[in-house]
Design a protein around this ligand. Structure first.
Ligand SMILES: Cc1cc2nc3c(=O)[nH]c(=O)nc-3n(C[C@H](O)[C@H](O)[C@H](O)COP(=O)(O)OP(=O)(O)OC[C@H]3O[C@@H](n4cnc5c(N)ncnc54)[C@H](O)[C@@H]3O)c2cc1C
Length: 261
């Protein structure tokens, strides 16, 4: 029996990611489960199918993040824990890590912790590495096959064009993304069933974290400036004989530093 946790983040569907003038994410429009987290959950479900056990999903987010945990339940997770507290508003990845690690310690010990590689809104890809550091447990990335033997995890990893086999004692944290697997389909019946269920919601106090160590106050990272990247394109039509156009092209590429002579 394996005790498994999966970190699940609710994110805006990528087209609708917006920041306010203070650099905070505006959470409106369609909200989805972060795609890499579905791959993380799929990996957890496959482990459970082989070795048995329980899957607990953990999310830090506003109250509506509960839906992400219920969706995970529809896919096959057993239990969901939502850490939600207005004092977490403005938390950076450092605070997110502290909070998630405290929750994993409190509801653990877990043998395996799965996370996505990256969230499509924050895009830092910090959290799993930092959780590994905070909990002092090893992290395995880019795995494509997993096996548990004598309390050790044996993972086959993609390393460039090779497959690398690595092993470590449990507990271990693993990151997954769309290259790892194809998350299973869950039908309407399962969704209906899951959405009738509930998730456990806890706040900062229950995790023993001081409010001064959370939110903007507890976050060493500050967003200094948000700006749109504008990609400028120039449309140029070359005219003349093939030779003249060739020369014009070389001159154009050289002038724009795209061709070194
Ligand atoms: C100064 C600052 C202020 C911010 N203010 C806010 C704010 O007000 N509100 C807000 O929502 N965000 C805010 N953020 C963003 C927030 O810090 C990040 O979204 C969060 O720390 C996770 O980072 P990420 O999205 O880059 O995740 P990544 O590190 O890219 O995520 C990788 C994986 O870690 C796991 N994971 C990440 N975050 C969570 C989570 N919350 N719960 C469960 N699993 C998770 C998932 O498995 C995910 O796939 C702020 C960031 C900064 C720098």
């Amino acid at each position: 029996m394996v005790n498994i946790a999966v970190l699940v983040k609710q994110v805006p569907a990528s087209q609708s990611v917006k920041m306010d003038k203070n650099g905070m994410l505006v959470r409106e429009g369609d909200l989805i489960v972060n795609p890499d987290d579905l791959a993380a959950l799929e990996s957890a479900l496959r482990i459970k199918e082989i070795y048995g056990g329980q899957i607990t999903t953990v999310s830090m987010g506003p109250p509506q993040a509960k839906d992400a945990l219920l969706e995970a339940k529809a896919m096959g997770a057993d239990k969901g824990i939502l850490i939600s507290d207005p004092k977490l508003k403005g938390s950076d990845t450092w605070v997110t890590t502290k909070v998630l690690a405290a929750c994993l310690k409190r509801f653990g010990p877990f043998d395996l912790i799965f996370a996505g590689v990256e969230a499509i809104d924050g895009n830092t890809a910090h959290v799993p590495y930092q959780v590994s550091q905070a909990m002092k447990i090893p992290l395995i990335t880019q795995f494509h096959a997993l096996k548990i033997e004598h309390n050790r995890l044996i993972a086959n990893r993609i390393k460039g064009h090779e497959s690398q086999q690595t092993q470590t004692a449990l507990p271990v944290i693993l990151t997954a993304n769309k290259q790892t697997n194809r998350p299973r389909y869950y039908d309407l019946q399962r969704i209906k069933h899951a959405f009738d269920a509930s998730v456990e919601t806890i706040d900062l106090q229950q995790l023993g974290i001081d409010e001064n160590d959370a939110g903007v106050k507890g976050s060493p990272t500050q967003v200094l400036k948000i700006s749109q990247i504008v990609r400028k394109r120039e449309n140029k039509r070359l005219e003349g004989t093939d030779k003249e156009m060739g020369n014009q092209l070389i001159e154009l590429l050289t002038r724009n530093n795209l061709l070194k002579t």
